[in-house]
Design a protein around this ligand. Structure first.
Ligand code: ZN
Length: 347
């Protein structure tokens, strides 16, 4: 089995390239992405090498600290700094598009994603992970939608005025903290009206079920794994997977070793077979049409066995050896993501 044989176009459910580029420095960020750089998970040359043809590019507002408070929650983010970061990262995505000479396109429909893929353009989707930039009036949401926002996670793993992000805890389920606030319930209804996808990764259990009760859209966890294999609070429980299946939703495999390893170890030599085990389990629970990838590239610690976006063919080679046929690989690689986005956004 050569990597060439297993190269599958990948539309990926989560990367943190925008916040990573800004953390390094705004100057020259477009060129670093477009021309390539050292020691990162994603840039355009690596994406092309690995068959990564697009994905959800997250705006992620950095936390003021990583020290949990007495309740075990990570510190909240002030709205003003969240708004600054959100605008800066969204602007960077547009600046990369503008300088890319057609190599990257910000897509707002499934049709645009398919056309970009066919033309060899990286199909980027504007996503926000933690909507601290919005106030309880939600005025920012339609403005961001007009600017191309098509998917959002109400929370990262910290509380805000809408919901309670799940703290990172190995050996504990996602049942940590309360569910949606009244503003959070309004946010979900507004996302439904605007056809913005609601991402449940980073939501705690109470919030997950509040969204499941309110939302009319398929339930999606863009970058989470199977709790049954790796009992981490960030992963999806069997009951959550049942709900994802029942709504025709989707779960994207997170490549982060701490969310994969059965003992929760940050093992940088973790074997690709563990990723295959998660995929096997997820497929058995939700079906082959509802499992995809959500790498978390540039946002988490990944095994050297994958390394970066150029290593994606190694995952597909392992899946192929485990018995997944070409149709199944294409579904996991990109078809399932495009399908759930189309069903959420409309044609
Ligand atoms: Zn995340």
């Amino acid at each position: 089995m050569t990597e060439q044989m297993a190269r599958i176009p990948v539309f990926d459910g989560h990367n943190d390239v925008l916040s990573r580029l800004l953390r390094e420095g705004r100057e020259g960020a477009e060129e670093r992405f477009l021309n390539g750089q050292k020691n990162v998970h994603i840039d355009l040359p690596r994406a092309r090498q690995g068959g990564l043809v697009g994905g959800l590019c997250a705006v992620y507002v950095p936390s003021p600290g990583r020290e949990p408070d007495a309740n075990g929650d990570l510190p909240r983010v002030e709205r003003e700094s969240a708004l600054d970061q959100t605008i800066a990262q969204a602007a960077l995505l547009r600046a990369i598009e503008a300088k890319s000479d057609g190599a990257l396109q910000v897509c707002v429909s499934a049709r645009e994603i398919r056309a970009a893929m066919a033309a060899g353009r990286f199909a980027a989707v504007f996503h926000i992970e933690g909507i601290e930039a919005a106030g309880p009036d939600l005025d920012l949401i339609p403005v961001l939608h007009a600017a191309g926002l098509r998917t959002l996670g109400p929370v990262w793993s910290r509380p805000n005025i809408f919901a309670h992000g799940v703290p990172f805890r190995f050996g504990h389920g996602p049942g940590l903290g309360p569910g949606l606030t009244e503003a959070g319930r309004e946010l979900i209804r507004l996302c439904n009206r605007l056809k913005i996808m609601v991402d449940l990764s980073h939501m705690n259990d109470a919030g997950f079920w509040d969204v499941a009760r309110i939302s009319q859209a398929p339930l999606v966890a863009s970058h989470s794994n199977a709790f049954a294999i790796c009992p981490h609070s960030r992963n999806a429980t069997d009951a959550q997977l049942d709900a994802i299946r029942d709504t025709g939703g989707l779960i994207g495999l997170n490549f982060g070793v701490k969310f994969l390893h059965p003992e929760g170890r940050a093992d940088t030599e973790l074997d690709i077979s563990v990723m295959v085990r998660h995929i096997d389990y997820l497929v058995q629970k939700v079906g082959i049409d509802h499992v995809a990838l959500g790498s978390d590239f540039d946002g988490t610690l990944i095994s050297n066995r994958i390394g970066d976006a150029a290593g994606l063919p190694r995952l597909f080679a392992a899946l192929s050896e485990a018995g997944y046929d070409d149709e199944a690989l294409a579904k996991i690689g990109h078809l399932n993501w495009i399908s759930v986005l189309e069903r959420t956004w409309g044609a």
